[in-house]
Write a protein that binds this ligand. Structure first.
Ligand code: MG
Ligand code: MG
Length: 261
């Protein structure tokens, strides 16, 4: 088992810069999301923006992943590969993006609505975002990993949703996936204790129906077994005393979305 790598303030600042670039990249993606656009179109915009800003796409080539973005539509949970299929009115699309800059990763995800989405799907997105907020609230010195998972799981299950078990959040730094694992389920007071210097990605993956998932025939994309929708939001967080510091932001994305409507 590898061990936790604690970060200095200087290192946390580099992760913050990488995370902010991901937030800005997702805002570029947000600008062009609409029915008819393909996920390869989104991927191209993201890769160009990241390279123009002096960074490297973090996912490209990692675990043999072929693109800059993971684009997971509807029943796809995560790890979707960008393709030539146009997005349709009523779809949702999780866009997960990583960058590597100054030797540190940022890793952020947002699930977008395409055109007009059904109210039950809008609610899934809102609840998943709230799960992330509640998980972040627990990411403070002295709490445990299980407190984060409990907060996420409890809010999702109160709303009748399934919490994906097979994929988890993670430590973040010079590697995209560091220790500790950060599950979206758990028991209060259980697991590793959180300390200053830890940086973690919290990323609830919440399903409208069953929690159970499988790997798609493409060997990469994770999909729900019942074919119902799944949502995914992710932030990078520094563990602090009293209140977690969210290093990434969805604010650039949400500003674009407000101006679109
Ligand atoms: Mg991610
Ligand atoms: Mg992640």
């Amino acid at each position: 088992m590898s061990k936790i790598i604690y970060k200095t303030e200087e290192e946390i600042d580099l992760i913050r810069q990488s995370s902010l670039l991901v937030g800005k990249t997702l805002a570029e993606v947000a600008k062009i999301i609409k029915p008819g656009v393909t996920t390869l179109d989104l991927d191209k915009v993201a890769e160009e923006f990241i390279r123009d800003n002096g960074a490297i796409p973090g996912f490209l080539g990692m675990y043999d992943f072929p693109n800059t973005l993971c684009t997971s539509a509807n029943e796809a949970v995560v790890h979707g590969i960008p393709n030539n299929k146009p997005l349709k009115d009523g779809d949702i699309i999780s866009v997960d993006c990583g960058v590597l800059m100054n030797e540190f990763y940022g890793d952020v995800a947002y699930t977008f609505e395409v055109g007009e989405v059904k109210p039950e799907i809008k609610k899934l997105l809102e609840v998943t975002k709230e799960c992330l907020r509640r998980g972040i609230e627990q990411a403070v010195v002295g709490n445990r990993i299980g407190d984060i998972g409990y907060a996420v799981q409890n809010h999702a299950e109160e709303n009748g949703y399934g919490v994906v078990r097979e994929l988890v959040g993670h430590g973040l730094g010079k590697d995209l996936h560091e220790e500790p694992q950060v599950p979206n389920y758990g028991k209060r007071g259980n697991g590793l204790q959180l300390k200053e210097g830890m940086v973690i990605a919290i990323e609830p993956m919440i399903n409208l129906g069953t929690k159970n998932v499988r790997t798609h025939e493409d060997q990469t994309t994770i999909v729900t077994i019942d074919g119902l929708a799944s949502a995914h939001f992710e932030h990078d967080v520094a563990i602090r005393k009293g209140k977690a510091e969210v290093l990434s932001t969805h604010e650039f994305v949400e500003e674009v979305l407000r101006n679109k409507n």
